[in-house]
Design a protein around this ligand. Structure first.
Ligand code: FES
Ligand code: FES
Length: 945
């Protein structure tokens, strides 16, 4: 409803004039309105992102009279007469004759400093302020300048490099960014292996990219969920009709009764158990029981205490012990002992082998919930279009969303259209539904567009987390360091609903050996329900937790037999012909030994340097070096996960690439296009990308499990080859002929013959193209038998990280000095994007090792839940090993999840190397490290005494 001048004045609005990006604007606004909101909602400057509304994330950073400020903390009344610059205005900003903002934007693109792009506007603004003050900053000045802007994707190193590169250089030094910012085309057939600027990068640096909260249909109402404040509670609604009646502007209250189809969804069909709205009992704090729909101002102003519901708090099961206790109450009636599912891989005779082993070591490890903390909270809108529903939202899995929304609404999937926005980070959590069911039910009932944006707290309390794990393991080796057996068991706290618990329970037993030959092996897992927030997918599906236990155990074994810890791993590394723990022989592309060997030079030097440092250290500082290996199967575990890619040749000689892989920042839009371009033999700039809309792109599955480069990339390669064959057939040319794409047609050169195919004269097919080519790829796997034997994955990625750290033994703090990360990626399709994945993985692994743990009910914001900031991240040296997969496109393997797995165990092994303490409860926060130091000192004293 548009307000008149009088009604605005009554509402406390004032006329406020200021300049934005060089233009004077006058707005009628409450002087208390957040500047971020005014910029986004009234001025349409949605490049300024909102990640927390609390000054914690820095995504909303703008320049206020040249100084960087968090726009969410600035009241509009404060900017009267001031100059505000947002990301949209950076390109026009000139300082001392230098186009600083534009240069930074180009540098961010060239360095791959924008991944998902949610932090990018804030980063660019903060960097502009720095370069305008300090044209040639040093690295520590850059880190200080961006210290208040969080990035969850990049690991900051490429951002720092971009800012340094955009700064004024010493005489003789050169920027890698050409002044014009012009991209250099690699030419036809030469895109794979090139450091191409991401094809979807421009919108990320100029603020035009549309994320979940950036588009709202005219006259859309807002949806707000009412959530349980208790871990477990029964509830009774009061008079909901009277509540709506008494609140003008509120259109409806929706509850379970209003779900037209099935009030149940879940990412794995046979385990689906999560209601859109809880019925009678809420099973976790943050679970939705109802939604209020209405005018924005009214719904936002609503005090939750006004909502008519009576709660009766009940005793929750809050941890694994309580949930697994004999006679414990069942959270789901049909899940005996609160166990959602079990996983198992057994090979050989582990008990006998451990009895016979020269050395046996055992241990127990615990890890906590980890929050995804992407910078973009969940958001989107929905509208009913005839008998269809359209949902535009941030998601990693449009086709899975389509299927679940169809079930919830009780309609055919074809009547649901999912339009993914840009995704401001996902890391697994945006595989699950969040805003979508509420939007769908509201839009379906009301026949009006609705939108919903989660607050940061709402995002943290209600969306999935990394599974807490309790792991027990026993491993043995021979005196000469050969692994003989590993006995591993783990319970994962999967929270109130199943989400990806079954996947974690199934994937972990396959991976718990690490990338080593272990002839006798038993790994058993359970996913266990509690009354806590559901745990789901988070980069690695349980494997990062597992590696923390297993890689530390292998260090202990190496120590016990007196072997160098890196050489112990090299000795036991899998190779092309050794059997994995599921009895699989990969045959080719097993690059773990090469990764470990690539660390050797730095390993030796770093160990010497640390020893030297410790020898002369007089104070509290001690240094250590640690290493850990990793393997990770790409794609679903022993389940089909096909991708289909369609490409169409247009009459103007351009090529439409329909690929439904959602790019959540990892770069699939660019990588898939590079692969397709080379398979077809066309220059990449000939491609028009059509990404991830269920109405226009075939199903490329979910963006998870490090599968898009392998699976969708392979489908793109096959589709490209098919289109090439079709063109050659049209020209009656042989396979060896080359194709040149021009605006009017294609010319086929076959030896000394040339054939011009005039595309304008050719008929169009059902898709509207001259030729359409479609291909589907599903990685060849086999089901696992009752002992977990079989072929769970067609392709594995391998890697090894080495961490150099410094511990302050008085404070218990750990500083990571350097990480060297070697990864076998099969073929580096785009090395810049791969390095970005590695650096981002290292940052998340560092957070997991040293600082990140979410406690449901506490610290539900980015102020208390700490993720690494720029100052926490050390230099990362990435070493790319290319041991090609015979299956992957051009030999490529996945990298997304692989990158996070070895960092935490490498840091924890370094911690032990530095101070001789092995923490059993992760993360190694300063209080835990300090307590462990004191306990060790006490024990030492007792032993002496
Ligand atoms: S949105 Fe302003 S600091 Fe996070
Ligand atoms: S690129 Fe920084 S948060 Fe995604």
């Amino acid at each position: 409803m548009a307000l008149t001048r009088e009604s605005r004045a009554e509402a406390g609005e004032l006329s406020i004039a200021f300049r934005v990006n060089g233009h004077t604007v006058t707005v009628s606004s409450s002087p208390l309105q957040r500047l971020s909101r005014l910029l986004r909602e009234e001025l349409g400057l949605t490049g300024t992102k909102v990640g927390c509304d609390a000054g914690d994330c820095g995504a909303c950073t703008v320049l206020l009279d040249g100084d960087p400020v968090c726009a969410c903390l600035v009241a509009t009344g404060q900017v009267e007469g001031c100059e505000v610059t947002t990301v949209e205005g950076l390109a026009g900003r000139v300082c001392s004759g230098e186009a600083v903002g534009a240069r930074l934007q180009q540098a961010f693109l060239a360095h791959g400093a924008a991944q998902c792009g949610a932090c990018t506007p804030g980063m660019l603004v903060a960097a502009t302020a720095l370069l305008e003050r300090t044209p040639a900053p040093r690295e520590n000045e850059v880190m200080d300048a961006i210290g208040g802007v969080l990035c969850r994707c990049t690991g900051y190193r490429k951002i720092i490099a971009a800012i340094l590169d955009a700064g004024v250089k010493d005489a003789g030094a050169k920027n890698i960014v050409p002044a014009s910012g012009a991209a250099v085309s690699p030419g036809a057939g030469a895109a794979v292996g090139k450091r191409l600027v991401r094809l979807d990068g421009k919108g990320k640096v100029d603020g035009s990219e549309i994320f979940g909260a950036d588009e709202v249909p005219a006259n859309a109402m807002v949806v707000r969920a009412i959530r349980s404040p208790y871990h477990r509670a029964r509830f009774h609604f009061g008079d909901l009709a009277a509540f709506v009646r008494d609140h003008p502007g509120i259109e409806a209250v929706l509850t379970a009764k209003d779900v037209p189809g099935t009030n149940c969804y879940g990412v794995i069909g046979r385990f689906a158990d999560q209601p859109v709205f809880a019925e009678e009992e809420a099973r976790y704090r943050g679970e939705a029981i109802a939604a209020v729909v209405g005018e924005v101002a009214v719904v936002e102003a609503l005090e939750v205490s006004e909502f008519p519901v009576r709660w009766k708090e009940l005793t929750p099961l809050k941890d694994l012990d309580a949930a697994l206790a004999k006679g414990a109450r069942l959270i789901h009636e049909n899940r005996h002992g609160n166990v959602l599912v079990r996983g198992r891989v057994v090979r050989g005779d582990v008990d006998k082998a451990l009895d016979a082993a020269d050395v046996v070591v055992e241990g127990e490890y615990d890890t906590g919930f980890v929050e995804h903390a992407y910078i973009e909270p969940e958001a989107g809108f929905a509208r009913r279009v005839g008998d269809q529903i359209e949902i535009q939202a941030c998601t990693q899995s449009p086709y899975m969303d389509r299927s679940d929304i169809a079930t919830i609404l009780g309609i055919a999937p074809e009547r649901v259209r999912i339009i993914p926005t840009a995704v401001g980070g996902g890391f697994g959590s945006k595989l699950d539904l969040s805003v979508q069911p509420f939007l769908a039910v509201a839009a379906w009932h009301l026949g009006k567009p609705v939108h919903m944006v989660y607050s940061r707290t709402e995002s943290i309390v209600s969306t999935t987390k990394r599974h807490p794990a309790h792991m027990r393991l026993r491993g043995g080796c021979t005196q000469d360091g050969k692994l003989v057996a590993l006995d591993f068991s783990a319970d994962f706290n999967t929270g109130a609903y199943s989400s990806w618990g079954p996947t974690v329970a199934a994937r972990v037993p396959v991976h718990a050996s690490g990338p080593y030959y272990v002839p006798h092996y038993r790994a058993v897992t359970r996913a266990v329900h509690t009354n806590l927030v559901p745990a789901g997918a988070f980069r690695g599906f349980g494997v990062p937790q597992t590696a923390i236990a297993q890689e530390q155990l292998y260090d202990e074994l190496a120590d016990r037999v007196g072997m160098d810890r890196l050489e112990f791993r090299i000795l036991n590394a899998l190779d092309d012909q050794t059997l994995t723990v599921t009895g699989q022989v990969l045959g080719a592309g097993v690059g773990i030994r090469a990764c470990l060997e690539a660390l050797r030079p730095r390993w030796g030097a770093a160990r010497r340097e640390a020893a030297e440092f410790n020898l002369h250290a007089a104070g509290a500082l001690r240094r250590g070096v640690g290493v850990a290996g990793m393997w990770y199967g790409c794609g679903n575990t022993s389940l089909p996960n096909p991708s289909t890619v369609r490409i169409g040749l247009k009459r103007d000689g351009r090529i439409a690439l329909h690929q439904g892989a959602v790019d959540i920042g990892q770069g699939s839009n660019t990588i898939v296009a590079q692969i397709c371009a080379d398979a077809l033999g066309a220059p990449i700039e000939r491609f028009d990308l059509l990404s991830g809309d269920t109405a226009i792109t075939p199903d490329c599955g979910k963006t998870s499990a490090s599968r898009q480069t392998l699976v969708t990339g392979k489908a793109a390669q096959m589709a490209g080859e098919k289109l090439r064959s079709a063109i050659l057939k049209l020209a009656d040319a042989c396979d060896c002929a080359s194709i040149h794409f021009e605006d009017s047609g294609v010319t086929v050169h076959d030896g000394d013959k040339s054939h011009v195919v005039a595309l304008g004269n050719l008929p169009l097919d059902g898709y509207g193209y001259v030729i359409t080519s479609e291909a589907t790829f599903d990685p060849p796997t086999s089901p696992l038998d009752e002992n977990g034997q079989g072929v769970p994955y067609a392709v594995f990625g391998f890697g090894a990280h080495m961490a150099e750290i410094e511990v302050d033994t008085e404070l218990g703090t750990v500083r990571v000095l350097k990480v060297t990360a070697a990864h076998d990626v099969g073929r580096a399709i785009n090395p810049t994007l791969i390095e970005g994945q590695i650096e981002g993985g290292v940052a998340q692994g560092l957070g997991m090792a040293l600082m990140e743990e979410f406690f449901p009910g506490k610290g539900e914001n980015l102020h208390d839940y700490l993720i690494p900031s720029a100052g926490d991240i050390p230099p990362v040296e990435s070493i790319l090993i290319e041991d090609p997969s015979p299956i992957g496109p051009f030999g490529a393997k996945g990298i997304g999840e692989q990158a996070v797995i070895p960092t935490a165990p490498a840091i924890l092994n370094a911690l032990h190397d530095a101070i001789g303490i092995r923490l059993r409860r992760i993360p190694a926060t300063p209080d835990r490290v300090r307590a462990a130091i004191l306990e060790a000192a006490m024990k030492k004293g007792e032993a002496r005494g």
